[in-house]
Design a protein. Structure first.
Length: 97
């Protein structure tokens, strides 16, 4: 019986993820699930205006999927190779003067 319950729970989770992939706007709860972060983290992001969100009617907040992806892309940490290349580019420009 436990096996069946675990399987059903896994199927439910997969269906939720598939549904989230198709949505354009997320509630804060759905954004939390999509990013695999706590609701507290989502609340901090919206209250600190660290991510764009929409508040029609002044009650429920929504986050656009594109805004979540833009936020993720804006937080890129460059690799060591990228930093080294940037340093080489900077030094080669400086020596040409």
């Amino acid at each position: 019986m436990d096996f069946i319950q675990n399987e059903l729970k896994e199927i439910k989770g997969l269906l939720l993820k598939q549904t989230l992939q198709q949505k354009q706007f997320f509630t804060l709860e759905e954004a939390s699930e999509y990013l695999s972060v706590s609701m507290s983290c989502i609340y901090k992001m919206t209250s600190g205006n660290k991510i764009n969100f929409y508040n029609p009617g002044g009650k429920k907040k929504y986050i656009r999927k594109d805004d979540i992806e833009a936020w993720i892309y804006s937080k890129k940490i460059p690799s060591t190779d990228e930093l080294n290349q940037e340093q080489e580019n900077y030094l080669s420009k400086d020596s040409s003067l």
